[in-house]
Each structure stands twice: as C-alpha cells, then as structure tokens.
Design a protein around this ligand. Structure first.
Ligand code: FE
Ligand code: FE
Ligand code: ZN
Length: 288
C-alpha cells in the first residue's frame, strides 16, 4: 500500500490531533509536521491527552504512527560552530525536540544537515557529527533522518557521499537515516528521469537500508540549479510521469512519501495532489 501524505500544521490547541485531522481531510495515510513554526524555535508543552486522542483516531483510520514524521526547524544549523552560544543552542534545541517526538510517540525526525557558512565542508561535517552524537547520547527511540539538500549557499548534504561521511561518524548508527527530497536532488544535479540509477548510486554510496522517507516535490528550477524552490506535482521541471515512477518504485514503496509542495494562493492543494498520485493521472487543478 502506498504511504502518502503531506506536511500539515501543528497548532497549540489541538496539537497532534489537529495535524491528524488535517491529514485525513486530504485522504492521506501519513503526514509530516513541525512542532511549531518551521522558521523559529518557539515550542509549546506537549499535551498527553491530545496525543492519546490522536493515537486512538489513527488506529480507527488505519494510520501507522511509525510512518509519521517530524521536521526540525530549518534555522537549526549543526555545521556552524563560529558562535559557541548558537551552536550550543542548536544542540540543546534538538535534544528537546527529540523529547517532544518521544512524548508524541513519533519515530522519525527529519533534519537539514546544516550549512558550513565558509568554514568548509570538512569542518562543517565534523561539527555535525559532534553535535549529532551529543543529541543521540540519551536517546534510544527517535531516528534522525538527514535530508538530501539542493546545495544552496554552503549547504552540506547535496551529494550522497557527504551524508555518508556524517553517518560514518555517528556512534548510534541504528538512530541515523536519510530522507530524500526529489526537488533537492534535481536541483543538486541528479537526473531523476532514471530513478533506479539514483537508487543504485544511493545503495552503493550509503546503503538503501538507511533510506526511511522521501519528500515528493516538483521543482521550479532546472537540474543542477542549486536553488531549492518546490513546485506542485506536474507543474515543474521534474514532471508528473517522472514523479509517478519515483513514487511507485518497488524498491522504496514501503517508506513514507511526503508532499511539501507550495500552497496555491491560500489553498492547500494536497487532497488534489494525493488523488492525482493515487490515480496516476495529472489533473490541472491550478487552471494555468
Ligand atoms: Fe526539509
Ligand atoms: Fe524536503
Ligand atoms: Zn526544499
């Protein structure tokens, strides 16, 4: 069965229950959320009562909580230790984020590896490894998934070998994995029109068993643009049929597929996009 959903909101009043209800309204069977705003680190106390209600409702709707993903805020940067206090803050925030995932019973936390901001890739990777080992020290249940990045600015993780170097330095390898992002891979220079080649490369350089999630996005930009601007399914340079081939590739059919495509004006298009994916048929819902 295809595991497909989108990113959804998480608000302080309904928390996980609200996120689940939003996902159900899109006919999704998984979802991803930030535990607060993606661009800041203000977070609310997790309400166990709402979590219990959400878990019950997941069971009623045949949603496996092991397929639900949390995304860490993108201002967290583990690669940059130029300022001690900011680096320490990122580490402490992630330790708290893992505790939030634990109380929410969520198994996977997606993280952008970080940007080296001029320190160079090697030092950036060293900083990420040090930070992640600290973060994972007192954690035994939440797996951190490093995301494949577009290579914008000084982003680390825009090729598989950089992710492999990070993984090699992690002490608790059972708690580290990778989340692919189709827009990012396209923008980093990978040709997604033959996805089996990409999976072969990933398997050779990292190992397919580390792949736990994939973000499904079209891209506004051409291959190797290093831009990272997501587009709705079928409206970008990757295109509908390539994305369908990726989504239904047998080798990764069991992992969660998460849409992070943009809103159309004020409108969340995920119900339409999920329907198109399930039917394998493009429908012009934007009227462009
Ligand atoms: Fe991301
Ligand atoms: Fe992503
Ligand atoms: Zn992106």
């Amino acid at each position: 069965m295809l595991i497909i959903g989108s990113h959804v909101g998480f608000n302080k009043d309904k928390q996980l229950l609200g996120s689940l209800e939003e996902a159900l309204s899109y006919n999704a069977n998984t979802f991803m959320f930030y535990t607060g705003a993606p661009q800041n680190t203000k977070r609310v106390e997790i309400n166990d009562d709402l979590t219990k209600k959400a878990i019950l409702k997941m069971k009623e709707n045949n949603i496996d909580i092991n397929n639900i993903i949390v995304h860490a805020p993108y201002i967290i940067n583990l690669a940059n230790n130029k300022e001690d206090d900011k680096y320490d803050f990122s580490i402490r925030f992630l330790i708290e984020e893992i505790k939030r995932c634990e109380s929410l019973k969520i198994k996977y936390l997606v993280l952008h590896p970080g940007s080296h901001v001029g320190l160079g890739v090697d030092i950036g990777i060293k900083n990420i490894i040090f930070a992640l080992n600290k973060v994972l020290e007192n954690n035994n249940s939440v797996t951190i998934l490093l995301e494949t990045m577009a290579g914008k600015g000084t982003e680390i993780g825009s090729n598989f070998l950089e992710l492999k170097k990070i993984i090699d330095g992690i002490n608790k390898k059972e708690l580290i994995g990778v989340c692919m992002d189709t827009c990012h891979m396209n923008d980093s220079g990978l040709d997604l029109s033959n996805f089996n080649n990409i999976l072969d490369l990933f398997d050779k350089e990292i190992g397919l068993s580390y792949l736990k999630c994939i973000h499904i996005n079209d891209s506004k930009n051409i291959i190797a643009s290093r831009k990272d601007r997501h587009e709705n399914i079928g409206y970008g340079t990757i295109g509908f049929s390539n994305l369908i081939n990726i989504i239904y590739n047998e080798r990764i059919i069991n992992i969660p597929h998460i849409l992070e495509t943009p809103y159309v004006g004020e409108y969340a298009p995920y119900k339409e996009e999920i329907e198109m994916i399930r039917k394998k048929e493009f429908k012009n819902f934007k009227n462009v």
